[in-house]
Ligand binder design. Structure first.
Ligand SMILES: O=C(O)CCC(=O)C(=O)O
Length: 293
């Protein structure tokens, strides 16, 4: 390792610390989604999950995040993507980065949180693998939007579509500070093209048909407590508005796949990783199995 380099935590495929509860058979039931929650997900394409993080864990992750958001921090070379501001407007800042789990122990261990893994096993109906993580942070007063999109528009380099996202708030999120909004039922729509993640909130409107346009008029805001989570389907349209309040809105996202999802491209799936040939499964250093059951 050269001076300033940090250990790449992607080589460790189990929790390193004690920050989060462990998954064991005696506690598995308490993390399960109820049949009503599963029905809600099937009907709407998203469902609010458990309170994953209490104060100590939240403070730990926020402290790690503060360091991760410093552009010159050690471990910089490990990011797959790093945008201090994904929008081009300094008054609409969206910090967005992929790869925190490789650099910071708390974000690493969060992948194995039973409140993530147990519901993911239920919703993906099988063993769960890690795809990648994301940080989405909007500063106070000049936080930008996350434009309406379907996650799978960005993921067609992997198939079949058996993906799941969990969004975990590191601050309380409200309609005022830019909580996530969903279009219920849009997980039954066809795949739409990429229309952009930042800047123009409504860019997706240009690709909607009349029926989709009508459904699009009824977005649902999902305000969450700090440390609470929400799961969504890879086709569910979602986005979040600007943050002009006096408080930040920071979140971390874990994207998961059912074990068996394959690469569809000879190119690297993420910047800085070896390619996985088309037709071969995602596995190895960057795609640990999070659960076997
Ligand atoms: O943080 C946000 O507002 C949106 C996050 C997002 O797009 C996602 O979880 O897929």
């Amino acid at each position: 390792m050269h001076a300033g380099a940090v250990k790449d935590l992607s080589m460790v495929h189990e929790p390193i610390g004690e920050l989060f509860p462990k998954l064991d058979e005696s506690t598995r039931e308490q993390w399960k989604l109820s049949p009503e929650q599963i029905r809600f997900f099937e009907e709407n394409g998203y469902v609010v999950g458990s309170q994953l993080l209490e104060d100590t864990a939240l403070e730990h992750l926020r402290a790690e995040l503060k360091d991760l958001m410093q552009p010159g921090q050690p471990g910089n070379e490990l990011w797959h993507e790093y945008h201090s501001n994904e929008s081009t407007d300094p008054n609409q800042v969206l910090f967005h980065a992929l790869g925190a789990w490789r650099i910071a122990a708390g974000f690493h261990d969060l992948l194995w949180h039973p409140g993530v893994v147990v519901p993911a096993q239920q919703l993906l109906a099988g063993p769960v693998r890690f795809w990648h993580d994301q940080l989405f942070c909007k500063p106070a007063k000049h936080g930008g939007v996350v434009a309406w999109h379907q996650d799978y528009s960005y993921w067609t380099r992997t198939a079949p579509m058996a993906h799941l996202t969990v969004w975990i708030g590191l601050d309380e999120s409200t309609p005022a500070n830019g909580c996530v909004h969903y279009i219920p039922g849009s997980h039954r729509w066809d795949l739409l093209p990429i229309t952009g993640l930042s800047g123009d909130m409504h860019a997706i409107q240009s690709v909607l048909n009349d029926q989709q346009w009508e459904q699009f008029q009824q977005p649902v805001a999902v305000p969450l407590r700090s440390g609470q989570c929400v799961f969504h389907h890879p086709l569910t349209i979602h986005g979040s508005f600007a943050n002009l309040t006096d408080v930040p809105r920071r979140a971390t996202v874990i994207n998961m796949i059912q074990d068996g999802v394959c690469s569809t491209t000879p190119d690297p799936l993420l910047k800085g990783v070896d390619p996985i040939p088309p037709g071969s499964q995602l596995l190895g250093q960057f795609h640990p199995l999070l659960s076997r059951a």
